[in-house]
Design a binder for this molecule. Structure first.
Ligand code: AMP
Ligand code: TRP
Length: 328
């Protein structure tokens, strides 16, 4: 992908995981070289579920520092905080009034989250519309996300197409850009489900700021199978396949090369290698993170991001108001 405008957001809802790094951040690091990228902390999406204010506040800054420590270059990307640009919520409202209730009701993430906790808030339901606003404001070509967010980007496309049809050309139609297959990192204890920031079991998840010892312990105790063959087979060997995926996404190796390296070797040896790959990658990130977290560099980056994105968002908001028939 070259010379495209792209946007992606990530929620500050806990220390990010290896899954977020591989599925979202690493992808953006590659794309920043030849594209015009917007990257933001989706703090308003985070509050669609209850948050402790102090914890949330820290998570936002931590995430920002981590983005940059992971290689997101503030010179090459426009980095901003969603809540610092009030036009996102304004645009979202105008879109909400143009989003069929039936279509929103079909969102699988909503169905999943609302069935787990019946006391959910309205924001959880309208969350995909805010996400559509994030995307449509910037007239982007592509939205790089993991497969779990595909349906939300498709909804944003539908909302944009319907809006354009009803009110005249207002939005560019964005495309989803699914990060390369095989990069969905799975839970270490139950490798049939996605590694998730919100997991209750700390052994399931590698977090970017985990210590060397924690990382090694978690990988050494990851669920595998009784076959003792390092072979990629997502259906029958989800644990081993997940560990292979982790290696492939952090190195230049292919699946076949990893399988060949460990032919005839036991799972213990393979896991030790996986742990060393992860430790090496995350140690570099942690060193940069420690330098950044208490520096004012982060505030300077945010001020710049807010200034640039507010200008763009105000223009889009005014165009929408005008097309809808509101006063601008
Ligand atoms: P979330 O943690 O659900 O807010 O997701 C933030 C971004 O990271 C999205 O683009 C997700 O698709 C991606 N992501 C989250 N977990 C994983 C995972 N286990 N494997 C790959 N990508 C992931
Ligand atoms: N909903 C996305 C997630 O949880 C985060 C997000 C919010 C996003 N707005 C976005 C991603 C706009 C891409 C574009 O992963």
């Amino acid at each position: 992908m070259n010379n495209k405008t792209i946007i992606t957001g990530i929620q500050p809802s806990g220390v990010i995981t290896l899954g977020n790094y591989v599925g979202a951040i690493k992808q953006m690091v590659k794309l920043q070289e030849n594209n015009n990228s917007y990257i933001f902390v989706a703090d308003m999406h985070a509050i669609t579920v209850p948050q402790d204010p102090k914890v949330l506040h820290n998570n936002i800054r931590n995430l920002l520092a981590l983005y940059i420590a992971c290689g997101i270059d503030p010179e090459k990307n426009i980095i901003f905080l969603q809540s610092e640009n009030e036009y996102h919520a304004n645009v979202s409202w105008l879109l909400e009034c143009n989003t069929p209730y039936g279509e929103l009701s079909r969102m699988t993430q909503f169905k999943d989250k609302s069935s787990k906790n019946k006391n959910f808030y309205a924001g959880l339901f309208t969350y995909p519309v805010l996400m559509a606003a994030d995307i449509l404001i910037y007239d982007v070509d592509y939205v790089p996300v993991g497969i779990d967010q595909k349906q939300h980007v498709e909804l944003a496309r539908n909302i944009a197409q319907n809006f354009n049809k009803k009110y005249g050309e207002t939005f560019k139609i964005p495309d989803v850009y699914i990060t390369k297959s095989g990069t969905k990192i799975m839970d270490l204890v139950d490798p049939t489900k996605k590694m998730s920031k919100s997991s209750d079991n700390p052994k399931s998840v590698i977090r970017i700021l985990d210590s060397k010892e924690e990382i090694t312990k978690k990988i050494m105790s990851a669920t595998t199978d009784s076959e003792c063959v390092v072979k990629y087979d997502m259906e029958n060997k989800p644990g081993i396949s997940n560990l292979i995926n982790i290696v492939v996404s952090l190195t230049d190796l292919t699946i076949k090369e990893v399988e060949d390296m460990f032919e005839g070797k036991n799972y213990g040896e393979f896991k030790k290698y996986v742990a060393s790959v992860v430790v090496e990658e995350l140690t570099k990130i942690q060193e940069k993170y420690n330098e950044l977290i208490n520096s004012n560099e982060l505030d300077i980056i945010l001020d710049r991001g807010a200034k640039i994105t507010k200008e763009i968002a105000r223009n889009k908001y005014n165009l929408m108001k005008q097309n809808i028939g509101l006063y601008k």
